[in-house]
Write a protein that binds this ligand. Structure first.
Ligand code: FE2
Length: 428
C-alpha cells in the first residue's frame, strides 16, 4: 500500500533516502535490501524505535503512539479488514505532524465491540531549508488488530503492573507474565520511571522495554503516579502515553481520567498527582494538583452515573496513591513531613462517590508493599496495593470478570506464588 498523500511524494519532496521496510524488520537486524542498492543503501535506517502502543480505546475511538529513531512524520492506516484502507494522522491546524521522539494518531468513528485492524507508517523527514528537505519512503509496522470497548461480551480481564521505576528486568518480567495471562487490558499503575529528564528513558523503559509488541493489540492503560511528573521531560510524556479526549467542555483540563465498559467489567481511572501538598517547598511552586483532584471529583460523579457504567456487573477503580491505609497515622499527603502514604484529600472527595455508585475494588500502588484490605461497613470497597520495583518485591495483579463472578489474583512476579485470591459477586 502506498502512502496517503494522494500524490507522488518522490517527485514532490525530491531526494528519497531509505528503502521501504516491512513491519517485522522495524526493530530487528537489517533487512529489506533491494537488489539494486549499494551496500551502504542496503543498511536502511529503522525509523521506528518501538512497536505500536495501543491506547485510549473507547467504544468509538483509539490512539496509537510509537517511538522514533529519527525525526519523522507518520500516520495510522486502519480498517475493518486487514486490507485497511482508512487513514488517521494527528494533523494540527492543517499541518501534518513532524516529531523527533514519538508519533501518535487517533482513530475516530469506530463502532462498539468491533474488531479493527491497523498498521503505522513512518517517513523520515529532514529539513535543511523550508524547500530543501529530504523525505523517505514510509516504513510500515505489521498489521495488528484490536477490539473497541462496549457492553457486549461475557468476559473481561486485566493485568496490572506498578512502581517499576525504570527497572528494566522487572518491567520485562511483568510483560512476560502478561503475555502468558493474555488479559484484555494492561494497566501500568504509576511510577513507571523515577523521573523524566529525556526521551530516551521513555523509549527504553516504556515504549520498547522488551523488544516485543506487548501493547500493539492489548490496550496499555496508563495510571499516572507521583514520579511520572518529575523532571524536565515529564511534560512530554503525553507524546508517548497519549491522553484521553474529554467530550464535556467542563473537563477539557483532564487527560488521564476515563471510564470504560468491557463486557461485564467497568473501570474508572483517577490521578492522585504528587505525593506532597502543592505548597511543599520541594515543588518550587510547580505543583497545582489540589484543584486538579477537585475537578476529577466532578468528573467522577458524572462518569460513574453513565448508564453503561452503572449497569456493569463489576466496577473497579484505579489510582496510584492508595486511598486507605490500615495504619490510622499513615501520612495523608497534605502535610510538610515526608510523603503521602495515602491521598487523604482525594479520599474525602472520591470516597463518597465510590460508595454511592458501588465501586467494589480500588487497585492502588505507590507503597511498594503488597496489601489487601477487605471492604467494610464504613468503606464498602476493597483495596489492593501492588509491590515495588525489585524482583523480590514485585507483584502481578490480575483479574477476570465473567457474568457469574470476578476473580482477583495477586502473585509474586518472581515465582508466581499466589499472595491471595479474592472473589467478587456481580453488583447488578
Ligand atoms: Fe509512587
Amino acid at each position: 500500500m502506498s502512502n496517503c498523500q494522494g500524490f507522488n511524494r518522490r517527485a514532490f519532496f525530491g531526494s528519497v533516502v531509505a528503502a521501504g521496510l516491512s513491519g517485522s524488520a522495524i526493530l530487528g537486524a537489517d533487512s529489506s535490501a533491494r537488489a539494486d542498492e549499494s551496500p551502504e543503501q542496503a543498511q536502511p535506517e529503522k525509523f521506528m524505535a518501538s512497536y505500536p502502543l495501543l491506547q485510549n480505546v473507547t467504544e468509538t475511538s483509539a490512539s496509537i503512539s510509537w517511538a522514533l529513531n529519527v525525526p519523522s512524520t507518520g500516520w495510522v492506516e486502519w480498517g475493518t479488514t486487514p486490507e485497511l484502507g482508512k487513514f488517521a494522522r494527528n494533523s494540527e491546524f492543517g499541518l501534518n505532524p513532524y516529531e523527533t521522539d514519538f508519533l501518535s494518531a487517533r482513530i475516530t468513528g469506530l463502532a462498539p465491540n468491533t474488531k479493527y485492524y491497523y498498521r503505522v507508517a513512518t517517513s523520515s523527514f529532514v529539513y535543511r531549508t523550508a524547500y530543501d528537505k529530504t523525505a523517505s519512503e514510509p516504513q510500515y509496522s505489521d498489521v495488528y488488530s484490536f477490539e473497541t470497548t462496549g457492553p457486549k461480551g461475557d468476559i473481561a480481564s486485566f493485568a496490572v503492573m506498578n512502581d517499576t521505576h525504570n527497572t528494566l528486568a522487572t518491567i520485562q518480567a511483568h510483560i512476560e507474565r502478561v503475555e502468558e495471562l493474555k488479559p484484555d487490558f494492561l494497566f501500568w499503575n504509576g511510577d513507571l520511571c523515577s523521573d523524566y529528564m529525556d526521551a530516551k528513558r521513555v523509549k527504553d523503559n516504556i515504549a520498547n522495554p522488551s523488544n516485543t509488541p506487548f501493547a500493539a493489540e492489548r490496550p496499555l492503560v496508563f495510571v499516572p503516579g507521583n514520579h511520572d511528573r518529575r523532571g524536565q521531560w515529564a511534560r512530554n510524556l503525553k507524546k508517548c502515553l497519549t491522553t484521553w479526549r474529554q467530550d464535556d467542555p467542563e473537563f477539557y483540563d483532564l487527560g488521564f481520567n476515563y471510564a470504560f465498559r468491557k463486557g461485564p467489567l467497568a473501570a474508572v481511572v483517577l490521578d492522585t498527582g504528587e505525593d506532597k501538598p502543592d505548597w511543599h517547598p520541594a515543588w518550587s511552586e510547580m505543583a497545582n494538583y489540589e484543584p486538579y483532584r477537585e475537578l476529577q471529583a466532578a468528573w467522577l460523579a458524572k462518569a460513574l452515573a453513565r448508564p453503561e457504567i452503572q449497569s456493569a456487573p463489576y466496577l473497579v477503580a484505579f489510582c496510584h496513591i492508595p486511598l486507605y491505609d490500615a495504619n490510622p497515622n499513615a501520612n495523608p499527603g497534605n502535610i510538610l513531613d515526608r510523603w503521602a502514604s495515602i491521598q487523604w484529600p482525594a479520599r474525602q472527595m472520591w470516597g463518597p462517590l465510590f460508595e454511592k455508585y458501588g465501586v467494589q475494588l480500588l487497585v492502588a500502588a505507590h507503597q511498594h508493599r503488597f496489601s489487601y484490605a477487605e471492604a467494610t461497613a464504613d468503606r464498602p470497597w476493597a483495596q489492593i496495593v501492588g509491590g515495588g520495583p525489585e524482583m523480590n518485591n514485585a507483584y502481578s495483579i490480575h483479574a477476570e470478570a465473567t457474568q457469574k463472578k470476578m476473580t482477583l489474583t495477586c502473585e509474586k512476579l518472581e515465582d508466581k506464588s499466589v499472595a491471595g485470591t479474592w472473589t467478587f459477586k456481580p453488583r447488578v
